[in-house]
Design a protein around this ligand. Structure first.
Ligand code: HSE
Length: 313
């Protein structure tokens, strides 16, 4: 059986880790359900990239979209050309898998409607909490349950920064390290201002409460250098349903050191989901970084193409 072809947009920390994990997947699967990354959209096609045939690399969005592939994976970030790629993937009847929280938060509802119309899967596990399976938990495992509230830490960069400050690091050094490790957005002010976490909160609110993610109002307060000295601060995101509707907020909060939030350090993320039936569910793990995010992309590719993982029943 020939490999299933993957079109990959973006080859930064996430895209390059995805290419490595596809190679690992192929080795482990010994040919059954093998994947081949046949085209890679990049900004600078002159750079050499490990594990990718030069002839597969393009900076031409039209050529990328026209290349034959069974699934389209997007890890470029931002709205353009990401949204164009999403719409084209669905219009051509191909599953679309993304790490792009901005696109899902603003256009997820319309894209999901289009995907249902054409009968293909969309996967956006990688858009929230990197490899933490919070999207699958809400979309599948808790789909029957009533969610009352959802809170947690949804941004790895600010968490890395805040915990580095607790250990005595300087703000600029810690932020530079978060960027070097591939956690921060291209524009890190989106992390610090809470806009990245707000997009992720909108996506989770969509899955938890059925609200259009684009219409959810989220109050954001930026993380600043002027945190309480010696205090354990975390950028906390929360959404809950009460008698006045569904409200979201993101901002710095002082938390007890010995709490689930206080114990979430470095690029860790934590999501607490309060449900009527199952009680409080807590999911945690690395919430940013190439490897963790690529793992979620590959999981959605495997699911979107109907390839069984081959473990368990
Ligand atoms: N900039 C994001 C973060 C990347 O730090 O959480 C993962 O979405």
């Amino acid at each position: 059986m020939r490999p299933l072809r993957v079109a990959l947009a973006g080859c930064g920390a996430v895209g390059s880790a995805f290419v490595e994990q596809v190679a690992d997947w192929n080795r482990r699967r010994r040919g059954r359900g093998a994947l081949e990354v046949v085209t890679v959209l990049v900004r600078d096609p002159s750079r050499r990239r490990r594990g990718i045939d030069r002839r597969s690399i393009t900076d031409d969005v039209g050529a990328f979209l026209a290349a034959p592939a069974e699934v389209v994976v997007e890890a470029v970030g931002g709205l353009d050309p990401a949204l164009r790629i999403a719409r084209h993937a669905l219009a051509s009847g191909r599953p679309w898998v993304t790490a792009n929280k901005a696109v899902v938060a603003r256009h997820g509802a319309a894209l999901a409607t289009e995907a249902r119309r054409v009968g293909v899967e969309i996967g956006f596990e990688a858009a929230v909490g990197a490899g933490i399976p919070v999207v699958a938990t809400l979309r599948q495992a808790l789909a029957h349950d009533e969610v009352v509230a959802l809170r947690g830490i949804l941004n790895g960069t600010t968490n890395f920064l805040l915990t580095a400050l607790e250990r005595g690091a300087a703000w600029d050094d810690a932020l530079a390290e978060a960027r070097r490790r591939g956690f921060a957005e291209a524009d890190p002010s989106r992390d610090l201002q809470g806009l990245d976490a707000a997009d992720k909160l909108r996506i989770l609110a969509w899955l938890a409460f059925g609200v259009d993610p684009a219409s959810l109002e989220v109050d954001v307060v930026p993380v600043s250098r002027a945190g309480a000295a010696g205090a354990v601060m975390r950028q906390v995101a929360e959404v809950r349903r009460d008698s006045s509707g569904i409200r979201g907020c993101v901002g710095p909060v002082e938390v007890p050191r010995d709490s689930a939030l206080g114990r979430t350090t470095d690029e860790g993320n934590l999501i607490e989901i309060d449900t009527v039936g199952a009680g409080r569910i807590r999911l945690s793990g690395p919430g940013a970084g190439g490897r963790a995010t690529a793992s979620a992309l590959l999981g959605d590719v495997v699911a979107g193409l109907g390839l069984a993982a081959g473990r368990g029943p």
